[in-house]
Every structure is written in C-alpha cells, then in structure tokens.
Design a protein around this ligand. Structure first.
Ligand code: AMP
Ligand code: GLY
Length: 426
C-alpha cells in the first residue's frame, strides 16, 4: 500500500515513522516533507501542505491508498473532502468538522450545547464592544483571536491596561488576521493534551501528554508552537483516569457533531486545564499535536494504519483501542535563533548521527545544503528519549540533544522536570 503524509514538521516525521512500523508495510510519501523526513519517505518539496489541488493531484497520480493530513490549515480548507471526492481515502476531519479548531466561537457554542466544561467566555465583535467588556471583567483575563493563529493568538492580560493594549494588537494592527476576539475566564491548574482518534461515533483515546508552550525555562517568555513534551502524565498513566476525562469531554463533543450532521473523523485533540473542580477545555484541535505526537507515537504499539483506516468508516473503531508501551517518552525541541518572533535559516547542524544513536530524532525546520543539514525554520529538531521512568527518558533526551549543535540553538532545560519531581515525591 501507499500512504501519503501531508505536512513538514516534527509531527509529520513522527507519523511517517509510526506508519512505517505498520504490518501493512506501506510505502510512505510526504508532501512537502523536510530534509530528515526524506530519509524515511519520498518527499515532494514543491507541494505545499495547504495546496489542496496539488495534494489531490499528487495522491491521484501516485495511486495513494491512504492520505493523512498533519496541519490544521489543510483541514480547514477542505483537504479531506477534496481527497475523498477524488476517491482517495483520507484520515482527518471534513472541512465542516474542522470548524472545531478553525473557529473558537463555534467550539464554544458547541461546548455550551453539549455541556462540556470550558472557561466562561464572551465573543467581542468590535473594539468598542471589547472596551466596554474590559471594564467589568475579572483579572487576569485571557484574550484570543477568533481564528487560526498557530498557537500564538492568545494574550494573557493581568489588568485592564494590558487588555486594552491587546485589543490594539487584534483590532488595529490586525496581527492575527481575526475580525473578532474571544475573552475568557483565566483557568489555573496543570495543562494536559489528551488526543483521541474518532470515527464519527467512537472515541479511542491516545496516551496523555503535556506540552510546553513558552519559549523559556519556568514557562517564561512568549508562546511558541511548543518547546517540548512528555508522555504519559503522572497520575493519568492508567486507562480508568483517561476514560473519565474522555467521557466528560470527547464523547459529548463527538455526539454533538454527529447530531449536527457533521460527524467528526480524525484526531480530536483536547487542550485541557486540570482545575480543582475537574478538567476544562482550553481549546480543541482537529489533528495531532506538535510536539505531543513526537512523544506519544514512539510509544504506540497498535497499528497506526489500522486505526486510521477504521476511523474513516462511521463506527469503524468499535471495539478497538490504542495500546502503548509502559515506557515514558520525553521530547525536547531544538529551536533556531530568534524563535518565536523570527527564525534563522542556513545554520549548519552537527551531531545528528551521535544523537540518533541514543534517542529518536525527528526533523521539523531543516534543509539539505551541499551535503550538510542546515536550519530552515523556527522549530528545527525534536529529540525524544525513551526510558522506564520519566527521569531515565529525560536523561536520554537531554544526553542526545547535547550532542547536537548549531549557531543560536535554543533549548529549554526543564522539559518534564516537574513530572520527574512529582514521581520522586508522590
Ligand atoms: P490556546 O492557543 O487556546 O491553546 O492557548 C495557548 C496557551 O495559552 C494555552 O496552552 C495556555 O497555556 C494559555 N491559555 C489559554 N487559555 C487560557 C485560559 N482560559 N486560562 C489560562 N491559560 C490559558
Ligand atoms: N502543541 C500544541 C499544538 O499542536 O497545537
């Protein structure tokens, strides 16, 4: 069989590797891919991930049996609808179902209707409306662009002055391209990413993960696409704990989507805050998380091709589960100089082979140049260490990451440190 993975990040590299472990032994193609993915799949660098026509043409031309869409941008413009219409089986939500991520207002309305716990919120459609709302809200408060902003459209505001400045960013500068802003209650607790594979009716949870959004140690500095992750999560390693969350969050959402005639097929990613009164949704994504996938998929023992194929059929996942190793995984992201505001291209990367001998190295922003691998984006590489406990996995990840070097390399030094501490003194 032939599988096509659409995207070019560490997430897609991890998906490519997991597909290659399938008993179906697929030949794997990737569009556009990157310099590291090219070692594991045939890459098509000229096909952009969100160019639906080009993806359909590629898949049709190569007789692809299964397409897997990584990034949300392709899903919200209808990549899965177009592929399926052309007769190519595709894993991921339809354009209509991708609204769960594409519009925060849609997600909030659906959660209210399905009684799924989330931060209380108001939708603000103009700067005037927003200024009035700021005067009566509690602080800190959270403002978000209503639309896709690659994880960067959120501003936490300590007081009204900060919130007014944030409104200028959204409505005057139009930095995130949104025409409306969601203002929501500030939630306190540990963050959790719980992803599940869905078939329109059934929900098969994957192993839980935690993601590190800020650029600097101690969760300081601006938000990024994600600087590291680990899986599973202390206190949630058992199926019963995960099931309790899925029952409260994922199942009602999948049921509500089906009732509306837009059944959800694909990965439903719940970004949760574990509050004192239970889990609350921060956001939904309609695809695998990056870098959660780099920590979760290396631990997957079930066959990913089977899960993807079953998820396309209404009810196809009935009776299936996703099984994981008992090992822990810790993923450290290596980012280039200037990230997240900018990125540095063309810096020569050294030590990749030494690192790969110790840990799983997946590529994100890399390119090949004159026989060398160089940086080509903000997030450059992911290094995933596996081990019987979080400390061992973490040591492996950092040992391997320490073998890699490039000019201006940025690495957080505290990925999974809290998990190690929590398990050392329960
Ligand atoms: P989002 O893009 O909605 O996932 O938000 C990015 C990050 O902002 C989250 O991972 C949280 O760290 C933080 N955040 C978002 N919404 C809230 C909230 N209501 N309360 C506290 N922190 C939040
Ligand atoms: N790790 C956050 C995301 O994939 O959106």
């Amino acid at each position: 069989m032939k599988a096509l993975v659409v995207g070019s990040g560490g997430r897609e590299h991890a998906i490519v590797r997991a597909l290659r472990r399938s008993a179906a032994a697929p030949e794997v193609l990737c569009a556009p891919g990157n310099a590291g993915i090219a070692a594991d799949a045939e890459c098509f660098p000229d096909v952009a991930a969100d160019d639906v026509d080009a993806i359909v043409a590629l898949a049709t031309g190569h007789g692809v049996d299964l397409a897997v869409i990584g990034p949300e941008a392709a899903l919200v413009v209808g990549a899965v609808d177009a592929l399926e219409a052309a007769g190519i089986p595709a894993f991921g939500p339809s354009r209509a179902a991708a609204e769960l991520e594409g519009s925060k207002a849609f997600a909030k309305e659906l959660m209210a209707a399905a009684d799924v716990p989330t931060a209380s919120h108001v939708l603000l459609r103009s700067q005037e409306e927003a200024i009035a709302a700021l005067a009566t809200t509690a602080y800190p408060t959270v403002l978000k662009a209503d639309g896709l902003a690659a994880g960067k459209g959120v501003i936490l505001c300590a007081d009204e002055t900060e919130a007014r400045d944030a409104l200028d960013v959204y409505f005057t500068e139009r930095r995130f391209g949104a025409t409306a802003v969601v203002m929501e209650e500030f939630l306190e607790g540990e963050e959790l990413s719980l992803l599940a594979v869905c078939d329109g009716e059934n929900v098969v949870p994957l192993s839980p993960a935690q993601d590190y959004k800020r650029i600097f140690d101690g969760d300081e500095g601006p938000n990024t696409g994600g600087m590291g992750s680990y899986s599973p999560v202390p206190g949630l390693a058992g199926a019963a704990e995960v099931e309790e969350i899925v029952e409260r969050i994922h199942r009602p959402v999948v049921a509500a989507m089906a009732e509306r005639g837009t059944p959800f097929h694909g990965v439903l990613y719940a970004g949760l805050m574990m509050c004192v009164d239970g889990p609350k949704v921060i956001e939904f994504n309609v695809r695998f998380g990056d870098p959660e996938t780099q920590a979760v998929l290396p631990r997957l023992r079930s066959d990913l091709v089977d899960l993807f194929r079953a998820a396309r059929e209404p009810g196809g996942l009935a009776g299936m589960s996703a099984e994981f190793d008992d090992d822990w995984a810790v993923t450290v992201v290596l980012a280039s100089a200037g990230y997240p505001e900018s990125s540095s291209k063309g810096d020569v990367i050294r030590g990749l082979a030494e690192a790969a001998a110790i840990a799983e190295v997946t590529h994100a922003g890399t390119a090949a140049r004159d026989g060398e691998i160089v940086t080509a984006g903000g997030r450059v590489l992911n290094v995933t260490g596996l081990g019987p406990d979080p400390a061992a996995a973490r040591d492996r990840a950092y040992d391997a990451a320490g073998r890699i070097s490039f000019d201006g390399m940025q690495v957080r030094s505290d990925i999974a440190a809290r998990a190690v501490a929590r398990l050392a003194s329960p």
